[in-house]
Write a protein that binds this ligand. Structure first.
Ligand code: ZN
Length: 141
């Protein structure tokens, strides 16, 4: 599979990959955003519903295609995001994602792992008018 870590975490990743949580679309999304990791061919589209005050995430749905790490990360993140304040989402970094995944991520696969997080954060920035509304492409950082 190209990633290390304990069997438990590997099984969890494969489970999320095969049975993604919150997969689909939301008709009443506050905002939608898409991103890709061209290095690996991963794509993620995310729909997010915010509460009335636009500070808390009420619902998340995603669709995507790509490797197990990218899709499992999106599935696991979608579960974490429901009920999360957007300021907490904006403060997340790759360490939070690798901790969530629970496996060692090689430098090549970090972009796969953080794609969903970046899509969510970028979507928030665009929704708040702090960033130009273009699809996200993960490139060298
Ligand atoms: Zn990938």
């Amino acid at each position: 599979m190209g990633f290390g870590g304990s069997d438990l975490y590997r099984q969890q990743i494969l489970d999320h990959y095969k049975n993604p949580r919150n997969y689909g679309e939301l008709d009443d999304a506050t905002f939608s955003h898409a991103g890709e990791n061209p290095m690996c061919g991963d794509t993620i589209e995310m729909d997010v519903v915010l509460d009335d005050t636009e500070t808390v995430i009420e619902a998340v749905a995603f669709q995507g295609d790509g490797c197990a790490i990218s899709q499992a990360s999106a599935s696991m993140l979608s579960e974490e995001l429901v009920g999360m304040e957007i300021e907490k989402l904006r403060a997340m970094d790759r360490d939070d994602i690798t901790e969530m995944l629970g496996v060692d991520i090689s430098p090549m696969r970090v972009k796969c792992a953080v794609l969903a997080e970046k899509v969510a954060q970028d979507g928030v920035d665009i929704h708040l008018g702090e960033k130009e509304a273009t699809d996200l492409t993960i490139s060298d950082e």
